[in-house]
Every structure is written in C-alpha cells, then in structure tokens.
Design a binder for this molecule. Structure first.
Ligand code: ZN
Length: 548
C-alpha cells in the first residue's frame, strides 16, 4: 500500500511537472514554420514553447497553476526582430529626447515639444534627433524657428531631419555659441531665407550634422539607463522582441554601458545582438584588435550577445563610392582578420553601382578564409542588381532590407527614375535567388522604428505620402513579409533555430496583435500594435484587455 501511495504521488508530481506555465488558447497563431501553419493555441514552459495545436490539445497541458490566456480569436505572431536598428543609440536618449515618429501634422509635432517643455526640468534641451520626414506632416514642410520658439519659449530646441538638416532656436544657437558659419563643424552652413536672414536652419553633409549633434549635451548615465528600459518597452509595445544592432554614428564603446547595466540587472526586455564599429579614422584595425581581445564572436547569452563588426568598418570606406586602392587594402586586412576569428561582419552600403568593390574584397578574403558560415551581410543597397545578389548568395552574404523608401522613395524616384523605383528594393528577386534577407527600419535618425510601418510598406510599396512606387513584382505576400521580419532577421545573429517562429522548443517570444495582420486592409497594417508581448514566456508588455 505504501509503495502504491508513493508511486501515485510520484506520478502526480510528474504530471504536474509537465504542465505548462502559460497557455494561450482560442487564437489564430501564425507559427511561421516551414508550412506557414496556423494553429489555435500554444503552451509555454520554462521560457520555451512546449506545444502548439488545437485549443482542446493545449488545454490538456494546463495544470492547476498554469496561467491561461484567452485570445478570443486574436492573432499571434512570433516576436518581431529588426535586423538593422540602431537601438542602443536610440535608447540612450529615449528618456530625454522628443519623438516626432508618427506625428501627422506640425501642430501635433510641436505639441510634443510643448509637452516636453512642460514636463522636463526648466530650461532643458529639447531634442528631436530624427525619425520623421516632411511628407508625414499634413503641411508638407519643416517647422520654422518661430514655431519652435512659440512651442518652447524658455528652452533651447534642436530638431534634426535625416542627416542633412537641423534647426536650432535662438536659445539653442546661443547655448552652442553659434553665430556664423565658422562656428559650425566643417561642411556646415547656416541657412538663409530669400531675404538673406538666418532661419536657424543648418545644412551640410552627414559628417557636419553628426558633429553638430555631438555638441549637444549628453544624457546622464542614469538617464541613459532609464532611456534604455523605456525604449525597449516601447519596442515591445510594437511587437518587437529582438534587434540586431549595427553600431552607428555617434556611438562609442563607452556608450554601451547603459545597455550592459540593464542586462546585468536582468531587466532587458529585448534580445540584443550588438556589433562594434570602427571609430578612430585610420586606426580602426588597432581599435578592433584591442576591443575584441576578450570578446569572442557570439559571446553572451540569450538576451545579449556580441555579433561581430559593423556597420561602419573603416571611415575611409564609409559612404565612399570611389575608395582608393589603399582604402580597400586596409579594409581587406580587417575583413580577413575578422574571418580568421570567425566573426560576423555587416557593412553599410548604399549603391549597387559601387558595391562591386566591396564584393571584390569579400571574394578575395573568401579565397583565403572561407566566409560562408560567418553570415556577413550588406545593409541597405536598395537598388541591388541581380548580379550583386547572385554574388552575395555565392558568398553566403546576407542582406538586411529597411523601409528607407517609405521616407525616401520620392527622392529616389526623382534621381533614379520610375523603373528603378519600381524594384527598390528587389526583395522578391533576392528571396528567389536564395539570399538570406532580414527586415528592419534603420531607426531612429532616418526612420521610424515601428515595424508595422515597415510591414505595411513591404506590402504596398507606398511612401509616407501615399504614393505607390514599388511594383507588384517586388512585393512580397503577407506571410513572406512576416517571415522576413522574424525568421529572416533571426538568421543575422545565428538565432533562427532558437526564435523567429513559434515551434516546439523554441524561445517563447511572441506578440498578440490588436488586429489580424493577415486579413486587415493593407493600409491598416501600419496601425497594428501589440496587446501582449512575451519574451521567453515572460510578459514584457500588456495593454487592455491583458493589463490585469
Ligand atoms: Zn547604415
């Protein structure tokens, strides 16, 4: 008898041990598995997916302490992954910057400045660091200095547009001691109106605007930590659970500390794969060697890991369509060294006309040290030719694609023509050729970080002004676009076997959506948000009706 009782207790304990931590039932689960299966329910245990199936099957996995979430027919997707988002940088200033992402008119944008002036410490700098475009505003124009002053009369204000223009209020110009062109970084120019009067605007190349931004006061470390937590929650609100971060301008090694602190405290709500950019022009090789001595490729854990070099390797090759033989030689040396250490590498490149020079280097490195398994990638390249894509495929080089044309499509069409714009970017061709493709935004200076803005753009090819410029031949279907934003992006940090789809034993990263991504009219895809986001089975964001 005693033996039987012991056995029964053991059996009960075993059954209990097998029950799910959480079940989500009565939904429409887009698994993004190889058959693009749609299921009703999902069970999560120990941070991973225990099962997917019918509601009846999944209910059987629920025990007395299982949390049961009724989806009431809602759609669930794998957590979205942006394969090229400057998240670390955006996060640093998220608690101290003003955000114009998604603002639809100047009054709405200016109201955000006014609100910040009211809630931030008196006299604080109010900084809009990009992420907006005039075409998103009803008025289709930039703000004037007078409007900014009216919105925040007692604060210095700085508004940046992409990397080509910024405007300061008189208080801002005073604070930075700018009275003439000679006070600006090299290449910068004070803009004048038709009457020759200064407008407060500053024009210049990317480097001038980057250097100007660097003169603004930096958030304190505590503000950076707070910004990092806040920004990642904001991404969670939009269904994102992972990001591949390509470093970027204005981002030095010291700037990673806020991210590392949030990770150490176990408070990361986004999985981050980070890269290392070259920052010291001419001395990048030494920089890389020093900084990676104790940092092997892939080092980290499920939440944070080192993902190699990029997106700026050397200053000389950055945005340079005509690099010299020396520039290429120096770059090749670094690339070969990275290959020997098994490092991944992502490279920012804008134009197909010159990308052959980069591919030549990759090919020559590949002859000495095979790079096929290292998952190198090229970012942007919106006008990629079939020939370049074939060369990338042969090298195992992936392609991260962003919705740059959402803001920039109109200008691209003017400079490159209607036909070129119809195929920018050629994602369908790239996928057909078997190139590994990830989706993303390149936020937050040059684009919004909203993945649903990008997904809608993938599906309709329309600019922010509503003009369709990409043709149907390069327009992916809904599942294909979702696949790019999940499994596709996961590839770039070697994570496609761990996440990116909702399959047994994968990490339970998912989002319950406010609308059905598969059936909502395309022009409403951009308005989708997450109602419930989980990372490793833990709720990181919840809105009504899930905000208990
Ligand atoms: Zn880039």
């Amino acid at each position: 008898m005693i033996r039987l009782a012991t056995l029964l207790v053991a059996l009960a304990a075993a059954a209990y041990a097998q029950s799910a931590d959480t079940v989500l039932i009565n939904g429409k689960i887009l698994t993004v598995d190889s058959q693009s299966s749609v299921r009703e329910a999902i069970a999560i245990r120990g941070g991973r997916i225990q099962a997917v199936g019918s509601t009846a099957d999944i209910r059987k996995l629920a025990g007395p302490s299982t949390r049961s979430i009724d989806l009431q027919g809602r759609t669930v997707i794998p957590g979205l992954i942006d394969s090229h988002l400057h998240a670390i940088r955006a996060a640093l200033s998220f608690s101290t910057e003003v955000n114009w992402i998604g603002a639809r008119s100047l009054p709405e944008a200016l109201a955000r400045i006014h609100e910040a002036a009211r809630t931030m410490k008196p006299g604080s700098w109010l900084i809009v660091a990009g992420g907006w475009n005039v075409d998103q505003l009803q008025e289709r124009r930039r703000p004037t200095q007078a409007e900014l002053v009216a919105a925040a009369p007692d604060n210095p204000v700085y508004v940046q547009l992409g990397y080509g223009w910024a405007i300061l209020t008189p208080a801002g110009l005073r604070a930075l001691n700018i009275t003439s062109d000679s006070d600006l970084p090299a290449g910068g120019k004070l803009e004048k109106d038709a009457a020759g009067k200064l407008t407060g605007g500053i024009t210049g190349g990317q480097n001038a605007i980057i250097a100007l931004f660097d003169r603004l006061p930096k958030p304190t470390f505590d503000q950076q930590v707070e910004g990092t937590k806040k920004f990642f929650r904001e991404l969670n609100r939009l269904g994102l659970t992972g990001v591949v971060d390509p470093g970027g301008n204005n981002l030095l090694p010291a700037d990673y500390q806020a991210l590392f602190q949030v990770w150490r405290q176990g408070q990361l709500t986004m999985r981050v794969a980070y890269a290392l950019c070259g920052n010291n022009a001419g001395a990048e090789f030494e920089e890389f060697k020093n900084l990676t001595q104790l940092l092997p490729m892939g080092f980290g854990d499920d939440m944070l890991k080192f993902n190699g070099l990029g997106e700026r390797i050397t200053a000389a090759m950055n945005n340079n369509n005509r690099p010299s033989a020396t520039d290429k030689e120096k770059y090749a040396q670094i690339a070969k060294w990275a290959a020997e250490r098994g490092m991944s590498l992502t490279m920012h490149w804008a134009n197909d006309a010159s990308v052959g020079q980069l591919l030549d280097i990759f090919e020559s490195v590949n002859k000495e040290v095979p790079i096929k398994t290292l998952r190198w990638s090229i970012a942007h390249l919106n006008d990629a030719s079939e020939q370049s894509l074939r060369r990338m495929k042969a090298l195992g080089v992936g392609w991260t694609v962003q919705d740059a044309m959402y803001f920039g499509g109109d200008q691209f069409r003017q400079t490159s023509g209607v036909e070129a714009a119809r195929r920018a970017p050629p994602v369908v061709t790239g996928a057909k050729l078997g190139v590994a493709i990830g989706a993303g935004t390149d936020a937050h200076r040059v684009a919004s970080y909203n993945p649903f803005t990008a997904l809608q753009w993938f599906l309709d090819g329309k600019t922010v002004a509503g003009v369709a410029i990409r043709g149907p031949e390069e327009t992916p279907g809904r599942i294909e676009a979702l696949r790019l934003y999940t499994l596709g992006s996961a590839w770039f940090s070697f994570d496609e076997t761990q996440r990116g789809s909702l399959e047994i034993s994968k990490l339970a990263d998912l989002a319950v959506l406010s609308k059905d991504y598969m059936t909502v009219p395309v022009d409403q895809v951009g308005g989708i948000e997450s109602l419930l986001t989980m990372v490793g089975g833990k709720i990181v964001y919840a809105a009504a009706p899930y905000r208990e």
